[in-house]
Design a protein around this ligand. Structure first.
Ligand code: SAH
Ligand code: SF4
Length: 340
């Protein structure tokens, strides 16, 4: 049975109209789900009995099951179990600008980045929109707070699950739903070029982040299999197309891996390929994992890299490190849990 949390407001309006009922019912139901946060259809007090029994026959509204939760300073990490027993994770980070939730979009990932736990475990299946929406609802309810920002940077490649990701954005963004502003939502991709071009034409003002992680094809081929399908020149061409359509600044993520991509020369190369592109670079200290041999760059190297980019006119920030002790990087909690 389909989960109601994966249905967009337009789809629900159509559902009611197909039954010969007014589409205003969709708004009523959305209010119960997302404003009043009910847990059973029976709680929808102003809705007709017949409508409730239709909804009960056609949809479920089960929440996700929390398997474990780890709390650190300003960070909480959740491991969820889905109806079929698969496990995914979400990480909440409390920033001074708001509460940001990093959600998963797939069970595992097929992009095969060599430094990443999610890729090591391979994709089992895509999440549907309801499984993404329910990560948000579950964390808000558990901590009794409102999430203000969402990043699609947990387990999975969002652009390998494009349709459900777009439904998810629609549901959380609609004022009748969870009502998180599109400018507060960021989708991160390893660089699936045709989807970046498609996303360039998407009308909502959602942010795009690109996991670049290397200044040239030689290094990128070594650490990211996707670069063999879509090398840096094609990726940059897609980014330029995106910028020409949206005029929205792109973020490039760059994990610093010791002795792999972290030299001053690499920083200079990076500045060269980014010149003239409206972007900023987010340098990410690598979160080491016991299964993968890559090491984190030392602080001096990170600062030198940062300086070199700055000197060359690149907007750059170093990502604040959140809870290495709660396995906060992509896929780590799930992967550790599997082994326990
Ligand atoms: N698949 C998408 C989104 C999920 S990964 C993408 O690759 O962009 C989100 C980010 O976490 C990516 O930039 C990814 O490269 C990074 N990441 C993966 N493993 C990491 C680790 N161990 N330490 C730091 N960042 C990591
Ligand atoms: Fe997949 Fe992103 Fe991990 Fe690469 S970094 S394997 S694309 S989740």
């Amino acid at each position: 049975m389909k989960c109601l949390y994966g249905i967009t407001i337009n789809e629900l309006e159509k559902y009611f109209m197909d039954k010969g009922e007014g589409k205003f019912k969709a708004t009523q139901v959305f209010e119960w789900l997302y404003k009043k946060r009910i847990h059973s259809f029976q709680e929808m007090r102003n809705v007709r009995k017949k409508t409730i029994s239709d909804l009960e026959n056609d949809f479920s509204i089960e929440p996700l099951k929390v398997v474990t939760k780890k709390n650190g300073k300003n960070v909480s990490k959740y491991l969820f179990e889905l109806e079929d027993g698969n496990r995914i994770e979400a990480v909440l980070m409390l920033h001074d600008y708001g509460n940001s939730l990093c959600i998963s979009t797939q069970v595992g990932c097929n992009m095969g980045c060599h430094f990443c736990e999610s890729g090591r475990l391979k994709k089992v299946r895509n999440l549907d929109a309801s499984e993404m929406v329910r990560q948000v609802l579950c964390v808000e309810e558990d901590l009794n707070l409102r999430i203000t920002h969402i990043v699609l940077m947990g387990i999975g490649e969002p652009f390998d699950n494009y349709k459900e990701v777009i439904s998810f954005v629609d549901i959380v963004n609609t004022p009748k739903g969870i009502d998180i502003g599109s400018r507060h939502i960021t989708i991160s991709t390893s660089g699936i070029v045709p989807k970046i071009k498609e996303f360039a034409l998407y009308p909502k003002q959602v942010n795009l982040a690109i996991s670049l992680h290397a200044p040239n094809n030689e290094i990128r081929n070594q650490i990211m299999d996707i670069n063999k399908a879509y090398p840096i020149e094609e990726l940059m061409e897609a980014v330029r197309f995106y910028l020409s359509k949206t005029n929205r600044r792109v973020t490039f993520e760059y994990i610093l891996l010791k002795d792999v991509n972290d030299s001053r020369k690499n920083a200079h190369e990076l500045a060269t390929i980014l010149s003239g592109i409206n972007c900023y670079v987010n340098l990410i200290p690598y979160n080491e994992t016991s299964h993968i041999e890559y090491k984190k760059s030392d602080s001096k190297t990170i600062l030198d890299f940062y300086d070199e980019l700055k000197k060359n006119g690149v907007n750059v920030t170093i990502r604040k490190e959140f809870g290495g002790n709660v396995s906060a990087a992509c896929g780590q909690l799930r992967s550790n849990y599997k082994e326990e």
